[in-house]
Design a protein around this ligand. Structure first.
Ligand code: NAD
Length: 250
């Protein structure tokens, strides 16, 4: 097993991509903390994985105290944290001129402030252990833009900057940081956008799927997370990897 003996915190892991990563990490031998705003769903996902291997943690990643307390609870339960997957995220779509300032700030807070707060809470434990792997859930939108997604594209580009700084600062302590950039994965986050984009663009929901999203689903994100988390040397750090079935190529 590739992650035997490792402990991981995965934010937003009660649903979608984060939950899949939690299941695959556990299958690879890791103990996983499922940190999510939705505690009931986090507990249900932890139960699915099994007692002793998984822990549901109530955490709003934009709340400094909740993040610090949650990470401390995981470290107390697991004895440390080897892997952080900063994955929690939302989507809000509007043309720029229709975005409220509150919506802009909410999206940036969850994606960017959440990544900073969870990173800051985990790093001292990783530095003490002399090892760690941080994975940020970026997107194809870390590298490309789409209409209607100004704060999301801004936030996802920003995560690459954060990962590069963590890679530089963490190098001396054996800590790596990388970004996974998935294409469309048909999770609740994406389901919600289909009618919203159809309305905003004046096209059918079917056309949103076919013409805007192109693919019904993308697998393999969790496997790439295992690859990055388990990578055996400090050489692979500060990178961002697109996982989109060739939907986007650099
Ligand atoms: P999802 O809606 O299925 O899951 C998101 C999870 O994050 C939910 O469990 C939700 O409760 C949690 N969450 C939301 N706000 C939170 C907060 N403040 N604190 C803690 N948890 C919070 O979404 P998903 O599609 O699995 O998305 C996961 C990540 O993958 C996001 O960062 C998203 O931007 C990214 N991503 C998704 C796709 C896609 O096509 N689905 C593509 C590229 C990147």
């Amino acid at each position: 097993m590739k992650l035997d003996g490792k402990s991981a915190i995965i934010t937003g892991a009660a649903s979608g991509i984060g939950k899949d990563i939690a299941l695959v990490f556990a299958r690879e031998g890791a103990r996983v903390a499922i940190a999510d705003l939705n505690k009931d769903a986090a507990d249900a996902a932890a139960k699915e994985i099994g007692a002793g291997r998984a822990l549901g943690v109530a955490m709003d990643v934009t709340d400094e105290k909740a993040v610090n307390d949650g990470v401390a609870a995981v470290v107390a339960a697991f004895g440390g944290v080897d892997i952080l997957v900063s994955n929690a995220g939302i989507q809000i779509v509007h043309p720029i001129e229709e975005f409220t300032y509150a919506e802009w700030k909410k999206l940036l807070a969850i994606h960017v402030d959440g990544a900073f707060l969870t990173t800051r809470a985990c790093l001292p434990h990783m530095y003490r252990a002399g090892r760690g792997s941080i994975i940020y859930m970026g997107s194809v939108h870390s590298k490309e833009a789409s209409v209607l997604k100004a704060p999301y594209v801004t936030a996802k580009h920003g995560l690459i900057g954060l990962a590069k700084v963590v890679a530089k600062e963490g190098a001396a302590h054996g800590v790596r940081a990388n970004v996974i950039c998935p294409g469309f994965v048909r999770t609740p986050l994406v389901e919600k956008q289909i009618p919203e984009q159809a309305k905003a663009l004046g096209i059918s929901e079917e056309d949103v799927i076919k013409k805007i999203m192109l693919k019904e689903t993308v697998d393999g994100v969790a496997e790439v997370a295992v690859f990055l988390a388990a990578f055996p040397s400090s050489a692979l750090t500060g990178q961002s990897l697109v996982v989109s079935h060739g939907w986007f190529m650099q």
